[in-house]
Design a protein around this ligand. Structure first.
Ligand SMILES: C[S@@+](CC[C@H](N)C(=O)[O-])C[C@H]1O[C@@H](n2cnc3c(N)ncnc32)[C@H](O)[C@@H]1O
Length: 205
């Protein structure tokens, strides 16, 4: 017991990681919608095991290459398909139901801050992700409202997620109340077993 580390409540991306470690099991198919430096992809590749699969997307060549190198270092590249492609096009590469989708919005840490996720494409990708989720499958979204584009994206995200029918999804918003303006936030969306959501049903509204 003495060696068991105490649970530590840390920032949004750690909350997303806690959630996916509860949700993703050996053999699952999952998506990393924003590869970045590949930290999330590596964790997912470990969680899905030898029989599972990770699909990953990023628009930046560097992000795809860094992620591939990280996976190869750990001998896990074979269980991942990585694409230098916008996540809004994920339906062109993924046609099977998935257990989990990760979105870590914003820019590549240590990279070009002008290349950041933007609401119109994030919305399209999120609609695709929600349509692909298995019943009780989960999508986590980490948002960074501490810069102008991130603030806009986060407020559109709030509106979009608030309008999802509770019969289709449970939506949780995790926000550190005392961390100051602009602190990262985490959204957890779980598909209900009786969900009838389709991309078209959202667009029709
Ligand atoms: C905060 S980083 C992701 C961090 C990453 N999950 C990690 O573990 O290191 C956000 C990433 O989203 C990527 N991005 C921006 N627009 C995108 C789009 N339309 N489709 C896919 N990725 C996009 C950026 O290139 C950047 O690498």
């Amino acid at each position: 017991m003495e060696n068991t580390p105490a649970y530590e409540l840390r920032s949004a991306r750690f909350l997303a990681s806690d959630v996916r470690r509860l949700v993703v099991k050996e053999g699952d198919v999952v998506i990393d919608a924003t590869l970045g430096n590949g930290h999330d992809t590596l964790e997912l590749a470990q969680l899905v095991g030898e029989t599972g699969h990770v699909y990953g997307f990023d628009i930046q060549k560097d992000a795809v290459e860094h992620t591939r190198a990280r996976l190869e270092n750990e001998g896990l590249a074979a269980r991942c398909s990585l694409y230098q492609l916008g996540h809004e096009q994920m339906l062109t590469k993924v046609s099977v139901p998935v257990r989990y989708v990760s979105f870590n919005l914003g820019w590549l840490p240590g990279g070009d801050k002008t290349i950041t996720t933007l609401w119109p494409t994030t919305k399209k990708a999120l609609e695709s992700a929600l349509s692909l989720l298995l019943p009780l499958g989960v999508c986590t979204v980490c948002a960074y409202p501490g810069h102008l584009e991130g603030d806009h994206e986060r407020s559109e995200l709030m509106q979009f997620l608030s309008r999802l029918r509770p019969q289709d999804f449970n939506v949780l918003h995790q926000h550190f109340l005392n961390a100051g303006e602009g602190a990262p936030e985490c959204f957890v969306i779980q598909k209900q077993t009786c969900c009838t959501y389709t991309i078209e049903s959202d667009i029709e509204e």
